[in-house]
Design a protein around this ligand. Structure first.
Ligand code: ADP
Ligand code: MG
Length: 714
């Protein structure tokens, strides 16, 4: 049996199972073996309802009954109540301030519930339990009957509908036999140097461990392997880039200084440093690959505008007319429009043509008829001018790289909040050019250093770690669930003054993303209704969630920006987004369900105003630990600090954006370990430097190929 064999060759799979497996990227024997357990349970780790005592943290398995939304008897706090029943008895369940949970589970749903036993003898209840649906085949009793390993550790797998942990355990048992050909892609001397188990051993230890120590050693190896492969990829990417030529951009320094002196503000020291680093790259003749990372409001646009200025201030080689061109890509249409407006202002005294391409229309600045204003023009006309090089700066959404957009001399690509943008995409953009454009990538997503090293191994990093002076600090208040009236009163005051607010509904942890989005949409609707009926009847309230179509989302955001909406109830989709300076409040429900850095980013939505801004952080649980953790948000100096805290306290899965990075949970675990990441990086770079095409490392070549293949299926 080969690792690359398709699973159907060895298993009879139903269509439903096949679909479920494909959904989580499992097609081959290798995919299945690399589907590592989410955790290990000790059989019999669950408590029984009959013996519970107050104060105990308990894990229970049972069926749900009669979940309903209620108001607290005295407190009037909205909550969900219901019961959990097992063979030994029944216990009450209570979720404070989470009335929507009542709608999420049908009677009779079998769950694992983890929570604190609270209340007095005879009136015990489980407070704010975390629920996880389980299937009947998974009950620990059932398992121990079939148990084949002498240890009582058993693997619990990330599931998708149709394939249970039990299925994974038995399928993997069938595959992990001596007939399986296991070739280890990681060179032996590296394994030895870092004391990592071989692939063969690690597979056995990961799926059927005898001890937790073995399981950990196996996970460490897979974590290393993943980071190592990513580093190889990035290392090759970087090597490839450094062989390419780019435009040499070398405008007179005093012109750049003049451009910056015309800003309506004094650039921060961090902005000046960033500009210097970028100018040096642009001059080098090799393609720049730089990531500019800075909190929301740190002034990345001004830096991008300066890089753009340097570019359009340079003539194409051997030409005495025309200029080099800049493409600026934004993640949404509204943001593209906003950048267009900002660029018009930044270039006020240095007039050039600026174009805007979006799905819903094209614009050009300045207008021929009315200088100082922009005008709508046809797409065909804009594309023609861009192709002739007459529009040096073109701003747009993804549409910019996709279709018929041709540049004459594209020398700089700026992308805002897009995670990966490889050499191939750059080549596509450059098209006929024999030179690769420079790349300036910008992000406000604060990530820890280990992650930056891993994800952006092919990029040079510049931090904008300083905020423009004189910003009013956002007042962040921890709102205990029982004190929300006070926060609402404050919001009333501000709304009456003409301000606007965001209300963010909690994240719902549910393994199936479709289901999670649907549930969150439901809770957004319910909360909007509650606020309209009970709290803010005189204001216009609308909603935003990920189930909405992009055009619908854009329309709502546009209405919010025009102040046709006072309060926007949303999921965290507003996280990366728009500048609505009049929105000065954000109220975050279920705050403990977000990572600190994600909270920080949400709070960043209200940073742009001249008015005093407020952030109300309201957790569901009243635990001291939760409150202490959230207090970090009040004290933190910047997003990087919070990202590091998140990584240490909550683990890598909680970093915002984790899903889109294409790193598995195990790979993310590695990020807690700077030494491991650095080791993987050093080894990968050493190999790439000596053997850029991995000719002497065919197994590594295959592993990289398998990884890229897997990414394409996602
Ligand atoms: P972001 O980094 O989030 O993209 P922006 O570039 O949109 O931030 O800048 C946010 C706001 O701060 C803008 O209104 C911009 O004009 C202003 N700004 C940028 N740099 C400075 C500075 N050095 N001093 C004062 N205001 C600044
Ligand atoms: Mg920005």
């Amino acid at each position: 049996m080969q690792m690359s064999n398709l699973l159907d060759k060895h298993f009879r799979l139903s269509d439903a199972q096949k679909a479920a497996l494909h959904k989580i990227g499992i097609r081959t024997v290798r995919d299945l073996l690399y589907h590592l357990p989410a955790r290990y349970d000790v059989a019999g780790g669950e408590a029984q309802i009959a013996g519970l005592v107050s104060g105990q943290e308990a894990t229970l398995i049972g069926t749900l009954e009669k979940l309903e939304a209620k108001k607290g008897w005295k407190s009037r706090i909205p909550q969900t109540q219901g019961y959990l029943q097992d063979a030994t008895g029944k216990i009450k369940l209570r979720w404070f301030n989470q009335p929507y949970i009542a709608k999420m589970y049908a009677d009779g749903t079998l769950v694992r519930a983890v929570g604190k036993v609270t209340g007095s003898e005879g009136k015990l209840y489980l407070a704010n339990p975390q629920l996880q649906k389980i299937s009947a085949t998974e009950l620990p009793e059932t398992f121990s009957e079939n148990a084949s390993t002498p240890s009582d550790l058993f693997a619990v797998y990330p599931e998708s509908r149709g394939v249970t942990s039990l299925w994974f355990r038995s399928a993997i048992k069938k595959i992990l036999t001596p007939e399986l050909v296991v070739e280890d892609p990681i060179p032996k001397q590296i394994l030895k140097k870092y004391n990592l188990p071989t692939l063969q051993t690690a597979l056995v230890w990961a799926h059927t461990p005898q001890t937790t120590k073995d399981a950990e050693a196996a996970r460490k190896r897979f974590a290393f392997e993943e980071v190592f492969l990513i580093q190889l990829e990035r290392g090759r990417e970087r090597a490839e880039q450094s062989r390419e030529k780019s435009f040499s951009i070398n405008p007179p320094r005093q012109d750049i200084d003049a451009f910056m002196q015309d800003f309506p503000f004094e650039a921060t020291a961090a902005q000046k440093r960033a500009v210097d680093a970028i100018l040096k790259d642009l001059y080098s003749g090799r393609p720049m690959s730089r990531l500019l990372e800075g909190d929301v409001g740190s002034g990345k646009t001004a830096v991008a505008a300066t890089a753009a200025y340097a570019t359009v201030h340079t003539r194409p080689a051997e030409q005495t007319f025309g200029t080099l061109q800049v493409a600026y890509m934004a993640p949404t249409e509204i943001l593209a429009k906003q950048h267009f407006e900002s660029f018009i202002k930044y270039f006020e005294h240095f007039p050039i043509n600026i174009g805007l391409i979006t799905g819903s229309g094209c614009y050009k600045f300045p207008s021929k008829v009315k200088r100082g204003a922009s005008t709508a023009i046809s797409r065909a006309q804009l594309l023609k001018w861009v192709a002739q090089g007459e529009i040096p700066v073109v701003i747009g959404t993804h549409a910019l790289i996709e279709k018929a957009v041709h540049f004459k001399h594209l020398a700089l690509v700026v992308i805002d909040e897009q995670h990966r943008f490889g050499t191939n995409q750059r080549k596509k953009l450059a098209r006929k050019e024999s030179r690769l454009p420079h790349l300036l990538s910008m992000t406000a997503t604060p990530i820890p250093r280990t992650l930056a090293l891993t994800l952006y191994g092919d990029l040079d990093l510049t931090l904008l770690d300083e905020m423009p002076p004189g910003r009013k600090r956002i007042i962040t208040e921890l709102v205990r669930p029982s004190e929300r009236e006070k926060a609402y009163a404050k919001m009333h005051e501000q709304l009456a003054d003409g301000r606007q607010a965001y209300v963010i509904c909690p994240r719902i942890d549910e393994p199936d993303p479709d289901k999670a989005f649907a549930l969150m949409a439901k809770s957004v609707k319910a909360e909007a209704k509650r606020l309209k009926e009970k709290i803010f009847p005189d204001y216009t309230i609308d909603i935003l969630h990920s189930k909405m179509k992009p055009a619908e989302k854009d329309a709502v955001m546009q209405k919010f920006a025009n102040h046709e909406i006072d309060i926007l109830v949303a999921t965290s989709v507003v996280e990366v987004g728009v500048n609505v300076p009049n929105a000065t409040m954000i109220f975050i429900e279920g705050a403990e369900r977000f990572g600190l850095s994600q909270l920080h980013q949400l709070r960043g939505r209200v940073v742009r105003s001249n008015h005093q801004a407020y952030c109300f952080v309201c957790p569901e649980s009243r635990g001291e630990q939760t409150l202490a953790r959230l207090k970090a948000l009040i004290d933190a100096k910047n997003g990087f600090e919070l990202a590091e805290k998140d990584l240490l306290q909550r683990g890598p899965g909680q970093l915002s954006g984790a899903k889109q990075w294409g790193i598995s949970d195990v790979g993310m675990e590695a990020l807690k370990n700077l030494k491991l990441v650095e080791a993987a990086r050093t080894e990968a770079l050493e190999i790439v430097t000596k053997d850029p095409n991995l000719l002497a490392h065919t197994l590594l070549q295959h592993a990289l190929f398998a990884r890229q293949g897997a990414m394409h299926f996602e």
